[in-house]
Design a protein around this ligand. Structure first.
Ligand code: KMT
Ligand code: NI
Length: 183
């Protein structure tokens, strides 16, 4: 089940720590959407290929293709290097769609209005859509394991554009405009 909270802002290691504030300030899914534009869905990962709603979502949004990643030291070549890249604050031109089929991890998303980090804990069955232009980063938690499907339209376009290079990107400008005063 997905949960979200304001990150305590401490950038010291370990990044895999939950980094909740004291007391923890949780954020509802509704507020998460208002502040970051994130969309959230839940599907049973074990039966997803025969799930009509999942197929409809794929069709409606034009996600024709998907692949699968398993992030864990033993299986991923250049593990440390890849983890560094995922954890650098960045944005993409396209949406980043991740469906978690096993394990756990954290997506950190910048609130569009206040620029605070919001930490989203993902577990099996969570599907997140991070809009193009959203500054974000990803880390594994202390379990150091996640398995996810990555959905995309025609070709995967996950080139990370790090901050501040993304500030002037047309998708960033558009994203901030779309988020408007609500964020
Ligand atoms: C990304 O692009 O940040 C990732 O693929 C992170 C891991 S997927 C759960
Ligand atoms: Ni990304």
């Amino acid at each position: 089940m997905v949960r979200a909270w304001y990150h305590d802002g401490a950038d010291n290691e370990p990044r895999s720590h939950p980094h909740m504030m004291e007391p923890c300030q949780f954020i509802s899914l509704e507020d998460l959407k208002k502040k970051t534009g994130i969309e959230y869905f839940q599907f049973d990962a074990d039966t997803v290929d025969s799930n009509e709603d999942y197929q409809k979502l794929r069709e409606k949004r034009g996600y024709k293709n998907e692949d699968c990643v398993e992030l864990t030291r033993a299986k991923l070549p250049n593990y440390d290097e890849k983890m560094e890249i995922f954890y650098k604050e960045h944005l993409h031109e396209d949406e980043e769609i991740r469906f978690i089929t096993g394990g756990t991890g954290y997506f950190d998303l910048r609130s569009a209005g206040s620029d605070q980090w919001i930490r989203v804990e993902v577990t099996k069955n969570d599907l997140l859509i991070v809009p193009g232009g959203t500054y974000h980063r990803f880390t594994l938690d202390a379990n150091e394991y996640i398995k996810a499907r990555r959905l995309f339209t025609e070709l995967p376009k996950w080139t990370p554009i790090n901050r501040p290079d993304g500030d002037k990107h047309p998708m960033r400008v558009q994203y901030l405009r779309d988020m408007g005063a609500d964020a």
